[in-house]
Write a new protein. Sequence first.
Lengths: 103, 355
Amino acid sequence: VRASSADIERWLLERLQARLGEGAESVDSHMPFSFYGLTSIDAVVLASELQEWLGAPVSPTLTWEYPTVSAVSRYLADEPAAVPATAVDFNALLAELDAPPDR
Amino acid sequence: VPALNTVRHNGYELGVVQTSRGCPFECEFCDVIIYLGRKQRHKTPSRVIDELEQMYAAGYRSIFLSDDNFTANRPRAAETMLAVRDWNRSQPEPVALYTQLSIDVTRDHDLPLLDPCAEAGLKQAFVGIETPNADALREVKKRRNLRSNLVADVHRIQSRGIMVQAGMITGFDSDTLETFGQQFEFLQEAGVPMVLLAMLNALDGTPLQRRLATENRLKPLLLADAALDTNVIPRQMTSRQLLKGTVWLLNKLYAPRHFLQRLRVFADQLPVDRLHATPQTDAAFWQRVAASYAGLGSDLREVPIEAVKLFRGRDTHGLRTALVFYRSAVGVLRRWGVWDPRQGELSQPDFRSVA
């Protein structure tokens, strides 16, 4: 998929917001789809619309495996939670294990 | 005795021995009695030892006693653990045991049970604590949890070197919007690092399902994963409030500083034993822990080191399992997209605008 996770997230949030109607609370990308009253039919329709917009195949059961806007966006953009992979200091860990009790 | 010699054992973490089946209790939501019955059946202590021997010979040094409720029949549980204690003490490398039991393992005015469990090598116990809300426990007939002080019971189990893992449930009929905060406070106070949290679900064949059907309070599931969905229409809150509160509770419990605080309380209960605290042979394990936390970002990366500091001079058996579990729990919450550190900072779930 060419879209970034931010693009997909924006698209999904607009879709859900439109569905909830004017004056509704703003959609939280970390709350499950079921929170916004999506039924299983809605979820399949949403996946199909997403597929059309992206121009790439989207599984109809996507929202079962990735139950929030945040999860779907990251999955489709193939962006696993982006954090720098800095190693834990293993020697520091072992030193702590060997340290005498201080309490 | 199972023909274990036909099993290829490489790749398994835990051996498994089941010493009993079934459970005499009648917790309304539980489906164990539906498929395994209310009359508990037991293997004899010598049969249990035969199976442990097999597992030991196959190389296992951690064994799960996979009973539905190990302590349902207290005299039988004590008898089995005394036999296991004698067996385990005679092994060159004693095994660590893990099982599922009732919180009243601590009740020893009729017969000692906690001591035999600890002496037999029990290191971890899954306990269905469900909720600190006594009205909810009464409502679902979980009577064994009503007899004493749950926090004191957990601490007493921990003081014998046994880590308590808790099964907790949100969404009981007696629960209100205040209950989520009470769940959090209870778990922090009890020092239960590993919490298996789910919303109340009505499983097939259970008394709960029958009751809710007559009250017209069942609804279809949207999501396959029951942790984020339920077929129950709650009584004193809306489904949206239940979900909001549960997601808040998950984030609150697994915020790094709250997880570390529960580990601290647990460590404080453990006896200090400098000689046996940290076997040097498992450097490979700690290497794997260090590597598995590496990709989690700065706020989580330090969790193993901070955690280890709390356990100086203490047995790290429970800590090790808790760290593996925590890494996995954070991974699942992130994959689901419900990991949201902002929630962990709120003192209560934000129910404004959630009707």
